[in-house]
Structures are given as structure tokens and as C-alpha cells.
Design a protein around this ligand. Structure first.
Ligand SMILES: Nc1nc2c(ncn2[C@@H]2O[C@H](COP(=O)(O)OP(=O)(O)OP(=O)(O)O)[C@@H](O)[C@H]2O)c(=O)[nH]1
Ligand SMILES: [Mg+2]
Length: 581
């Protein structure tokens, strides 16, 4: 008879909504209390044997459900950081997910992220609508023998009303995401509707039902997919490297693995690395302790010491080598290139593991953001070089997004923007803000590139040369002054093009507002054209179309530029009263 493995159940959701507490109820343990600050820091797994399912959910036997699965492998994920997108070849590692939602808080950013990814990965899931006991007036004493339906049905009217309101609001927001959510006991078709199990990890209400629904779904929809094959496959979680080896926790999702086995591990560049298992440990049932083993069978959590000295990336798939290395290499290559599916141009992204990189790519694609390069690990010099290349192509792509990663020290960023965050939706938000600011800047420089608004105040104390060329001091009162700019006086007489600009004894191409500079004007006679005419200010020459263009884009100009613009118009209108109208 084919052996069936445990379904892998990922528990995900927003921070503090009660993921670990629910698992504690399943296990009759108190892991949540022992966590630093009550916060889950990294992925952990629990081997959950069949006996424990029956013990924690007597409903299963009561309803005469015959379980063929040997138990569950639960995966607890941290809610504070990046959603832990565990992948196996061709899809999500989780056979089913439990999305934990605090009934009072409803859908929060992390919940939304999980929902998007579950949808994108087509992972079946149920909802644990947790903390029902926080509904005001919810009976205090826990009545364990009651089902959650009985608890809800016997609520006093005003409490029931609060519960119903919270439930309806929540259902409404799920519908907006394209789901058809229903209380699990009202569901007619589990393959089409999304089951909600109201529960409390504090009073234990609904906990038995969660296991009941999970077991029912597993038996009905999964058991065919759970046969253990002769191929040994898994995924590496966090990697810890020292001089002579790599250590990694991993999830084995198919086959059997032994100490001394050779495994192939995928690399992000599509290549494959072969390494040997120096030692193997396996997680113990209902515990977070590992025990040395010669062999372990899926589905289970393991710890591996690998002889490879090379760098390995978190989240990578592995497979035991059995005279089929070229076949594995081919499959890994396809898998990695498919999951990274990049665009011809776009931004650069980095993440801490393959799973989170894929999650980031999926969510960025949903937001129509193109990606040209993707990698795992800290942001490094090579990423900056790629982003700098983008400066030539599209400045809006000269950006690196880091998801749950840091930037290596001592890197010269130049004009490159780096945005990092532990939450994808915040990264996307920041990216959009950055892009619109950058866009405005680009438009401004495009506009100003065509013409320049300038008002110069002549500094009569600083006349260095009267003519051939005239050289004298000016103060830039508004806008900027560039070489070759044509100047006019306040009577609209052409003076000259600026040949050279000196600022603090250095020759410059451009001067900014409030700078005192010396300019040299060929073909100008200072005394005749300026002193004798009592000219105090010079302006940049503008054509009517340039003027209209500036007027249309006033929001891109500073106050002093706007004022100068109207002064230039007044000067022009002395000769032509319809100028620029
Ligand atoms: N009243 C009430 N409190 C709960 C319930 N479930 C969890 N809590 C409390 O909520 C807090 C967070 O619970 P956790 O189980 O750590 O939540 P989590 O989702 O695992 O949090 P992270 O791992 O940090 O994402 C703890 O103080 C729990 O005691 C519940 O059903 N009712
Ligand atoms: Mg937790």
C-alpha cells in the first residue's frame, strides 16, 4: 500500500492575531509564552501525530470520520516580518493554510498580503476568526464541551449582534477580494466556498472545530496528493554558514532522506550545487526539539549539516541525487527561471530567501511594476551597478527594493535610490511616492532645460572690464543662470549671450539663486548699454511659447521664478501689449 504523508499546514496572518496561540491549543503547549516578547521570530514546525488530532478534536470520532492521514506538519510563521512564502517545486509548500484573523481587527496589511499570495499560489485555506472572546459580553467561563456553533447560538442578543456585525464586515471585505466566505457549518461546497471557523485560543472554543475542518478537507481533497514517492524532495529554510559547512533547517515534503545522502540544491543563477549530508536531525512530535537520526521520512522538519563550503541561499529547493543529476539540474533551471520570470527593463529587487523573493515579485507584478533583476541576500555593489545602468535607460528604474534585507556597508550609491522594508505593501507605497516625486523632478528639469528664468541684479561696484568682453558682478535674484543664455534689459533690448560665469574665482557652467558671480558678455559696452541707461536688472530672453509653457507648468516653479516670469511679461508688453496672452 502506498504510504501517505502528513499534509503540510502553514499558519499565517497579521502580527499578534494569535497564530502561535492557536498552535499551542492544538498541542496543549505554551510556546507563545516562552517567545521573546511573545513574538515569533522565525519559521518553526510541529509534527502533529494522528493520536493528537483525535485527542484535540473528539468531534472527528463523534462524526465517524475515518482519518487515513498520519497527522499534520504545522508550520508557524512570524507575522511581524515578510510573509513567509514557502515554496516547493510547482507551487506552494503548504497543502492547506490557516489564515488567522483577529475578529476585532479584521483584514490588516499582513492579512492582505497573505490573501494575495494564497490567491496567486492557488493554496487552499481556511480562516480562523480568532479572539471571539474579546467581543464585549462574550461569556467568560469556557464551556469546552460546547461546539462554537452552540456558543454562538446561545449568546445574549446584544452580544450576538456585535458578533454578527464583526462577521459581516469581515465577510464583506473578503468578498471584495473575490472570495465567497461562509461559517464552516453553513458551507454547502467546500471546494468553492471559503470556510470561516470562529475561535478563541484563550477559551479554546472553536479549536476542536479548526482541526475537524482541516482533517475533513485533507481527507476529501488532498489524500490523493499525499502519497510518498521514491523521490526525496525538500526546501531549505534559513542557512547558517561556517568555514567548513552549511547548516540549515529544512522541510522534507516527499520521500525519505538519510545521513550520508547526496543532495542537489538549486542556485539562484539556475545552476545546481551537489552536497552531502554530514548529519541529520529530525523534529520530535509535539515538540520543538530535534533528535539525531540516521533517516527521516516526509513530511517532517529536519536539521541538516551539509559539507558544501559554497554559499547557499535560503528557500532553495533540494532533491536527493539518485543517478539522475542531469534531470534534476534541468528541472531546477526551469523552476527558478519560471519563478523569477523577469522583464526586459525595470527595477532591481532583493529579498532574504527564494520564497520571499517570489512573493515580492508576485506582488510587484500585481501592481504593474517591472523588474529587470532579482536576487537573494544583502544589497551589494553589483546591484548598484545594475541600477546605475538604469540611469541611462529610465531614471524611474534606477531603484533597488530590498525586502527584509540590508545594504552592505561602504557602498557608493551615487544617484541610486534604495528602499527597504519588511512589508511588501509598504515597499510598493514608498516606490510609488518616490516615482511620483522623481517624475515631477524630471518634468521640471525638462521644462527648465528648454529655457531658463533668470533675474540678475547688477553689482556696480564690481565692474572688471567695460567691453570686449564686458565683465562685471551680478547677484542671481531669481532662477538660475546658465552659460550661453541670452540676456535682455528691462526695456527688452538684447544685451548678449553669457560667455562665461565665475563663482568664487572658479569658472562654472551654471549659477543658482542668491549666488554672487561675475559674468562676461561679448559685444557689450557696460558704460554705454548699462550705466548710461540706468539699467539695474537683466533678465533671460523668453519667447512667447516658452512663456506660455512656463505659465502652464507654474506648479513646477518657485515663487521667485513666478514673480520674475510676470516681470518679463510686463517688459515684453511694453512693446507688444498682447505678448504671451
Ligand atoms: N483574548 C484573546 N487573546 C488571544 C487569543 N489568541 C491569542 N491571544 C493573545 O494575543 C497575543 C498574540 O498572540 P500570538 O499567538 O503570539 O500571536 P501571533 O499571531 O503568533 O503573533 P506573531 O507570531 O508575533 O505574528 C498574545 O498576548 C496572546 O495571548 C484569543 O483568542 N483571545
Ligand atoms: Mg507567533
Amino acid at each position: 500500500m502506498t504510504k501517505i504523508r502528513q499534509p503540510i499546514i502553514t499558519v499565517a496572518g497579521h502580527v499578534d492575531h494569535g497564530k502561535t496561540s492557536i498552535l499551542d491549543c492544538f498541542r496543549s503547549s505554551a510556546v507563545q509564552e516562552s517567545e521573546a516578547g511573545g513574538i515569533t521570530q522565525k519559521i518553526s514546525f510541529t509534527k502533529f501525530p494522528l493520536e493528537q488530532i483525535h485527542k484535540a478534536s473528539p468531534l472527528i470520532k463523534k462524526n465517524n470520520i475515518n482519518l487515513t492521514i498520519p497527522g499534520f506538519l504545522f508550520i508557524d510563521t512570524p507575522g511581524h516580518a515578510a510573509f513567509t512564502n514557502l515554496r516547493k517545486r510547482g507551487g506552494s509548500l503548504a497543502d492547506i493554510a490557516i489564515l488567522v484573523v483577529d475578529i476585532k481587527e479584521g483584514i490588516k496589511p499582513q492579512t492582505q498580503e497573505v490573501l494575495s499570495l494564497l490567491k496567486a499560489n492557488k493554496t487552499p485555506f481556511i480562516i480562523a476568526l480568532n479572539k471571539v472572546d474579546t467581543i464585549s459580553g462574550w461569556p467568560r467561563s469556557s464551556q469546552n464541551h460546547r461546539t462554537i456553533k452552540e456558543s454562538i447560538d446561545s449568546l445574549p442578543a446584544h452580544v450576538k449582534q456585535e458578533f454578527d456585525t464583526a462577521l459581516l464586515t469581515f465577510q464583506g471585505s473578503l468578498q471584495a477580494h473575490g472570495f465567497d466566505p461562509e461559517l464552516y457549518y453553513d458551507i454547502t461546497d467546500f471546494s468553492k466556498q471559503l470556510a470561516i471557523v470562529p475561535c478563541s485560543a484563550k477559551t479554546n472554543e472553536g479549536i476542536s472545530e479548526l482541526l475537524f475542518v482541516l482533517s475533513g478537507l485533507s481527507e476529501k481533497f488532498l489524500s490523493k496528493n499525499l502519497a510518498i514517492s521514491s523521490e526525496t524532495k525538500g526546501v531549505l529554510l534559513e542557512i547558517k554558514k561556517d568555514k567548513s559547512q552549511n547548516n540549515s533547517e529544512a522541510i522534507l515534503y516527499d520521500g525519505q532522506i538519510n545521513e550520508g545522502d547526496e543532495i542537489a540544491v538549486a542556485n539562484l543563477d539556475g545552476s545546481t550545487l551537489v552536497t552531502k549530508i554530514r548529519s541529520l536531525e529530525e523534529i520530535q512530535p509535539l515538540s520543538n526539539k530535534f533528535k539525531p537520526q540516521k533517516s527521516a521520512t516526509a513530511a517532517t522538519g529536519i536539521r541538516l549539516q551539509l559539507t558544501a563550503k559554497e554559499e547557499l541561499s535560503s528557500g532553495m529547493p533540494f532533491q536527493k541525487v539518485n543517478n539522475n543529476l542531469s534531470d534534476i539540474k534541468e528541472k531546477f533551471k526551469k523552476e527558478i527561471s519560471k519563478s523569477l520570470n523577469l522583464d526586459k527593463s525595470g527595477i532591481i529587487v532583493k529579498a532574504d530567501s527564494l520564497g520571499s523573493l517570489e512573493a515580492l515579485i508576485t506582488l510587484l507584478k500585481q501592481a504593474n511594476i517591472k523588474i529587470v533583476k532579482a536576487g537573494i541576500g544583502p544589497i551589494n555593489k553589483k546591484d548598484i551597478i545594475s541600477a546605475k545602468a538604469n540611469l541611462e535607460i529610465n531614471t524611474l528604474d534606477a531603484l533597488i527594493l530590498g525586502f527584509n534585507v540590508s545594504t552592505e556597508e561602504d557602498i557608493d550609491l551615487g544617484n541610486i535610490k534604495i528602499l527597504t522594508n519588511e512589508v511588501v505593501y509598504k515597499l510598493i507605497e514608498d516606490l510609488e511616492v518616490w516615482r511620483s516625486e522623481k517624475q515631477a523632478e524630471i518634468e521640471r528639469s525638462r521644462l527648465l532645460g528648454l529655457a531658463t528664468i533668470t533675474k540678475l541684479q547688477i553689482l556696480p561696484k564690481y565692474i572688471f572690464r567695460n567691453s570686449n568682453p564686458a565683465i562685471f558682478g551680478v547677484n542671481v535674484l531669481a532662477g538660475a543662470l546658465k552659460k550661453n543664455l541670452q540676456l535682455i534689459d528691462s526695456e527688452d533690448n538684447n544685451i548678449a549671450r553669457v560667455k562665461a560665469i565665475q563663482h568664487e574665482k572658479h569658472s562654472v557652467d551654471e549659477a543658482q539663486e542668491n549666488q554672487e558671480i561675475a559674468i562676461s558678455l561679448p559685444g557689450t559696452n557696460f558704460e554705454r548699454q548699462i550705466t548710461n541707461k540706468n539699467i539695474e536688472f537683466l533678465y533671460s530672453q523668453l519667447s512667447e511659447s516658452q512663456f506660455k509653457n512656463f505659465k502652464k507648468n507654474k506648479d513646477l516653479l518657485s515663487q521667485t521664478e513666478i514673480k520674475t516670469l510676470s516681470e518679463i511679461a510686463e517688459i515684453k508688453r511694453k512693446k507688444n501689449e498682447n505678448w504671451g496672452i
